[in-house]
Write a protein that binds this ligand. Sequence first.
Ligand code: PGA
Length: 249
Amino acid sequence: MRQQIVAGNWKMNNDMAETEMFLVQLKKQVIPEDVSLMIAPAFTNLNHAFQSVKDHPVTIVAQNMHQSDKGAFTGEVSAAMLKSVGVKTVILGHSERRSIFKEENAVLAEKVNTALIHDMNIIFCVGETLSHRETDDHFNVIEEQLEQSLFHLSQANWKQLIIAYEPVWAIGTGETATPDQAQEMHAFIRKTIAEKYSSNVANKVSILYGGSVKPKNAAEIFSQKDVDGGLIGGASLDVENFMEIANAF
Ligand code: PGA
């Protein structure tokens, strides 16, 4: 059985006090045993968050990192820096990084390589825009994202990968892919990985859905055969909503 995961991507939300308040609340909750919970706070709060949940099963995740190990990259954070504060998992390729910060498949491949050199786990995001979907180009776009950023990896590397399918048109818009649309794309991603590697590799990789997942729609999305959980933005900022989603399997 694949690992079920609910990961909260806080984006540029929650300062130090808000981060602590959330984690204090989270620690009072009963955590479902078979679901792995993750939270990605801002860089400034990673160290504090990691210390705060040291004895708790939630994993603290970074939202991004630079592909270089060190140097003149003002404003950037390296894999070694993340590891030095206890963070071993990083989100790469989020659509906001792709669109606002112009991160393309090639640079994301470099980031993936660096993260793996540092033995980190990766939540790698793929997703199509509305115009890709309207022009029926969505499968091609996803295939290209996988091929250009991940398909140079070895089979063994895939143990450290989680895929998040996040249709850009569904992020922060209140618009969700229908459970059928999510299943269709998740199955496509799994098939594409199986064809490149093996069905053994494909069947073991967790594929999360992201884009306006809320307590009210989580159960239906998570019930799809190839959906192994969610990458949650807005709804992960509130402990109650986050826990309702974590309990939606
Ligand atoms: P959303 O964001 O849940 O607010 O749509 C998801 C994401 O961007 O990871």
